[in-house]
Design a protein around this ligand. Structure first.
Ligand SMILES: [Zn+2]
Length: 473
């Protein structure tokens, strides 16, 4: 680092710049560094390879990490930091910590399994491929977690404080205001449009001048489709004709959303009260975290949802053992919710193998299906797919149920920005493909007169500091 840089504050974009994954933002003041989010790059290989890049700066200067929420693209790099020697505190909300435990252990297992698989098949370009991290790195970094309450400012390191505000995206998710050596920076994290069925909407932007707002832009250029009843109609006609519904769903948050949607449809009488099975060990663990938070009445949960029985549509069975999972083959006229959400592995593959060949059954997709996944193949109308080396005919009905997004659309993002009492000095757009953040930047400039910036990967941007008069006693 250039000596002339010492003393000024900047932010370096080490991920989620021009893409949605790999959120990592480094706040820097001389040799003092705090990392906000430590996410994995996911998706196409060119992005995933960045997980193996060394940070452009020496790691030993990172003194602490702040985490907005427990999705893998925000926390999945933590065990890698641990493996590289990081031993500082990691600040996050209580429920983010509970979910991080589940997500990181699973991620470590997958990293190790993928490496073993590559070794066996000779896929890797390396002679002795090593995992990005393993279970011991995940366990190690879990010992560094320091939980914080929403709305309680916490000292991160000397000269740096952070305050977490509910963001409404998944349980425990936060927008985080950071006071960093005289600069005030607000990280939106991922925020909802206020329509999460269990969680309150994002907190209004806290008062005062923000030198920068780091804003997500996943759906920055589009409006969400108006939710329709395709989800419940698909379930109703499948049950009617004696078929089974299988719903591949992400283990964290999406399973809970689907359960609540089924419960509400049963209450409305649009689908019959049928047996519902949750068949995913990881989803079961995440559900327990949600249920406890609902029973406690956590501040980010809607007051009318402070009751864990709301996760039970009526006839809910949590499938625990492999034997019980296999026994579901004998069930007809039921709903099976299972992971993974994009049919890339997990127990859902067995159900798909069994249910896809019959036109009586239905696969309901409730989340994003990345290119190259079995989920995307099914969604794209493939006549057959390969599961565990076998060709499986797709005769079942396939329904893409929209309306399950937990990200704000453009309108929601703009609304959140107008909640600021003072316009921020700059809005740094992250966590979106370029067309999404360009669309949002244009709207922020023309509709709100804001200074919107699209940072590049590894770009450093200088932060303003608070006006002297504000700091005077
Ligand atoms: Zn997220």
């Amino acid at each position: 680092m250039d000596a002339s840089d010492r003393g000024k504050n900047d932010i370096v974009f080490l991920g989620a710049a021009g893409t949605v994954t790999g959120s990592r933002f480094l706040l820097r003041h001389g040799e003092k560094e705090v990392l906000v989010d430590a996410g994995l790059f996911q998706g196409p290989r060119v992005w995933r390879e960045r997980n193996w890049d060394d940070f452009p700066l020496p790691l030993e200067h990172i003194e602490a990490v702040i985490i907005t929420h427990a999705h893998l693209d925000h926390i999945g790099y933590l065990p890698r930091l641990y493996r590289a020697g990081f031993r500082g505190p990691v600040f996050l909300t209580h429920t983010s910590a509970d979910l991080a435990e589940i997500v990181l252990r699973d991620s470590a297992k997958i990293q190790v399994e993928d490496t073993e698989f590559a070794k066996k098949k000779g896929y890797s370009r390396h002679k002795d491929p090593q995992p990005l991290y393993d279970e011991s790195d995940a366990e190690g970094v879990l010992t560094l977690l320091q939980t914080v309450n929403f709305f309680d400012p916490v000292q991160v390191i000397e000269g740096v404080t952070a305050e977490f505000f509910p963001a409404g995206h998944i349980l425990g998710s936060a927008s985080v205001g950071v006071e960093f050596f005289g600069s005030r920076v607000l990280f939106s994290g991922d925020i909802s449009g206020g329509d999460h069925p269990l969680l309150l909407g994002p907190t209004d932007i806290p008062a005062g001048v923000w030198n920068a707002v780091v804003l997500e832009s996943t759906y920055g250029n589009r409006r969400h489709p108006i939710p329709d009843d395709s989800f419940e109609r698909a379930i109703a006609r499948t049950i009617e004709r004696g078929g089974t519904v299988v719903i591949p769903a992400f283990a964290v948050d999406r399973t809970e959303l689907v359960l609540v949607a089924i419960r509400e449809a049963i209450k409305r009488g649009t689908i019959p009260d049928v047996p519902v099975f949750v068949d995913s060990p990881m989803a079961t663990k995440a559900m327990a975290v949600y249920a406890e938070a609902m029973a406690r009445g956590d501040v980010d949960i809607r007051p009318e949802k402070h009751d864990p029985t709301m996760l039970n549509p009526g006839q809910l069975t949590i499938v625990t053992t492999v034997e019980a999972s296999k026994a579901l083959a004998d069930e007809k006229g039921c709903i099976i919710i299972s992971a993974s959400g994009m049919a890339t592995g997990g127990r859902v593959m067995h159900h798909l193998k069994r249910l896809l060949p019959s036109p009586l059954n239905t696969v309901v997709l409730v989340g994003y299906q990345a290119v190259g996944t079995k989920g995307a193949q099914i969604l794209g109308g493939a006549d057959s797919i390969t599961i565990h080396g076998e060709t499986v005919t797709v005769a079942a009905e396939v329904v893409d149920a929209e309306g399950f997004s937990v990200h704000a659309g453009q309108q929601g993002l703009l609304q959140w920005m107008v909640s600021a009492d003072t316009p921020p000095e700059q809005v740094l757009l992250v966590h979106g493909e370029d067309d999404a953040r360009e669309g949002l930047a244009k709207a922020l400039r023309t509709e709100q007169g804001l200074h919107a910036v699209l940072p590049d990967y590894q770009q450093a941007i200088t932060l303003g500091v608070q006006a002297k008069s504000e700091k005077a006693p």
